[in-house]
Design a protein around this ligand. Sequence first.
Ligand SMILES: [Zn+2]
Length: 477
Amino acid sequence: MRKDLHARLRSAAAALLLLLAAAGTAAAQAPRERVDLVVQGAHVLTMEPGRPPLQDGAVAIRGGEIVAIAPRAEIEARYEAAEVVHGRDRVVLPGLVNGHTHAAMVLFRGIADDLDLMTWLQEYIFPMEARFVDAEFVRIGVRLACWEMIRGGTTTMVDMYFYPEVAAGVIEECGLRAVLGAPMIDFPSPGFTGWNDSFAAGVAFARRHAGSTGRITAALAPHAPYTVAPEHLRQALAAAREIGVPVKIHLSEDRAEIEQIRERFATTPVHHLNALGLLDHPLIAAHVVWPERDEIGLLAVKGAGAIHNPTSNLKTGAGIAPVPDMLAAGVRMGLGTDGAASNNDLNMWEEIRLAALLPKGVRNEPRAVPAAAALHMATAGGAEAIGLGDRIGVLRPGMRADLIQVSLASPRLAPLYDVVSHLVYAVSAEDVVTTVVDGRVLMRDARVLSVDGEAARRDALRKGAEIRAALAEERQE
Ligand SMILES: [Zn+2]
């Protein structure tokens, strides 16, 4: 019996040695595949439905594309990376998608607060844009905005603003991803006398970027149903169809808009756009604060993207979008900051938190928008809502490598029971330490590499001083 056991142990040990030797030879024989970048994470949150965070994982990236997501040891065994970003005390997740902004408006940050939407727009923003917005304004503003977005973990923006070609150049350099559209509007705007020339410029920009598979893509951006006549909305739709780009618009933002649409067209904003055919084409609708029940159903059935902008909607007193009803109906929902003149920053973490908190408070229902649903709107859901769901928003082999690392090292984030809970309810923009877009590291160890933040700040302060001086002079006259 005893002898038998010894014999068995000996043969087991021999088998083990053989196995180890074989493994050693295999490792020595199989050369590791080269990749450009490996980003490790104590937790890797892919945002794939139903997939829990991967513990001690890593993402391998080559040519701007994700090639593998697996436990760190496995990635280390299979890949040799030119650059490795460590993941101790860090969460890796898809970069945040800011589904609605006007990046250059950071230069109007804090210039006119505590006003209702229509007064703010018509008495302050539109006149100031007419006076101050030019190519230089956009160059300085977009660079500052890019710094802020990279610093806070935003990797994609959907932007509607003037001089989009200037914005595109700056965004190219800064390394972010963007869907850009020039506002097309019925009255004079910076550089334009009205609809015809703003429409022509918007179309020309979209044509130049149509069919791009790069980081900069285009949309046609008629401003809103209350600033663009029905025949012009039809014209924009026809052009968008022909060029093959989505339409992006402000929609159902506040009560005054609802009133105007009712008075002029005896309908509601979503029905108005649907009657014009805009819901039968890829549509990115910002705000959607006041949809009626049947309008929510319409948005869901037609597959329109709706971008929730909780801070901006609170600040202008526009209201609170019925997000739980829209999610329940299956509307593709994303999140946005809107411009920094109505926010007043580009911090998506605040939007995520508000998206989760607001419906709980107004409905006395803590489950109205769970944490995971809010985070989904800022990542995978947002990507779907803006029509980029096949490229970004989820970490999966074959997707573009747009991802961030959030540090858990702050005492404010201890202890840790649930990664998603921390990301939604406790993380701040300052906790983001790495931002990668298309495989390029734009920020590493909380240092932004692709934008000179100090120079961007200096330029913004100079521009702000110019604007302040011009306004002061005007007041004296
Ligand atoms: Zn807006």
